[in-house]
Write a protein that binds this ligand. Structure first.
Ligand SMILES: Nc1ncnc2c1ncn2[C@@H]1O[C@H](COP(=O)(O)OP(=O)(O)O)[C@@H](O)[C@H]1O
Ligand SMILES: [Mg+2]
Length: 241
């Protein structure tokens, strides 16, 4: 299978005299994988996700996505990379409160240069697919947490990104809603979407990812490795060990 993401000996410190948030991390992600990243608070999970997203640059090491070295891209190149190749969702959704649902989802497509009519069509299709189109003219404040996360997922997918990155996507949701979002992510992965999800929830990792990477003190402590040919979920035992 094709390697989509190649993270090689990546370290990151935010201050030149500070501690390493991430220290010598290496892993590859193949096209179509659903990877869960788990680890204690402050262990470096969000930093790793942000480095893959091109939101930040490593202090050393290389990050290659779809054949392109993104650690050495300039600001313009990185902005373009983020717009077209990565979709990202967060614990608290990060929707724009003064835009409607439809306008939130259209925005990244318009920023990527799509004509408005096409951006609207793309947004409508995704809202339909994520079963949230009845709220297309609503403002985010009117929606439940689960509905907001569906909108955020639609927005993340509007430019058909190579990778979907999710930073604790169910962290602000109740158990049932979290499971619903987990199932949705699993379905998206089933239709081919490569994804990396940071989660505190072992059940979610076991049921909705097919590989688990455990981070501890900025390092990879365990990596369940390649999924089987069937892409079966990692076992609960593997997640808890
Ligand atoms: N923007 C930042 N500036 C300075 N230190 C940061 C910044 N972001 C994260 N850190 C530090 O880096 C370490 C890893 O943080 P983070 O990647 O957010 O961990 P996690 O997502 O696993 O909770 C922590 O010690 C945190 O305080
Ligand atoms: Mg985090």
């Amino acid at each position: 299978m094709d390697t989509l993401i190649h993270v090689s000996n990546v370290s990151k410190r935010y201050d030149s005299d500070g501690a390493f948030a991430v220290a010598d991390v290496s892993f590859d992600v193949r096209v179509g994988e659903a990877v869960a990243i788990m680890g204690p608070s402050g262990s470096g999970k969000s930093t790793i996700l942000n480095l893959v997203a091109g939101l930040d640059r490593p202090t050393s090491g290389t990050v290659t996505v779809a054949g392109q070295r993104i650690d050495s891209l300039g600001e313009t190149g990185l902005a373009k990379f983020r717009r077209r190749q990565v979709g990202m969702i967060f614990q608290f959704f990060n929707l724009l409160d003064d835009l409607t649902v439809a306008d939130n989802v259209m925005l990244p497509a318009q920023l990527a240069g799509l004509p408005k009519a096409r951006a609207r069509r793309q947004a409508d299709d995704l809202l339909e697919r994520l079963k949230i189109s009845n709220h297309r003219q609503a403002y985010p404040a009117r929606l439940s947490g689960g509905e907001r996360q569906r909108v955020a997922i639609a927005r993340a997918l509007v430019n058909s990104p190579d990778i979907l990155l999710a930073d604790e996507p169910t962290g602000a949701l109740d158990t049932a809603t979290g499971e619903e979002i987990g199932r949705l992510l699993r379905e998206l992965n089933g239709s081919g979407q490569t994804m990396i999800m940071v989660t505190h929830n072992p059940e979610l990792a076991a049921r909705y990812a097919n590989r688990l990477i455990t981070i501890s003190d900025g390092k990879v402590a365990a990596d369940s490795g390649a999924p089987s040919a069937e892409g079966s979920p990692v076992s609960s035992a593997a997640v808890r060990s």
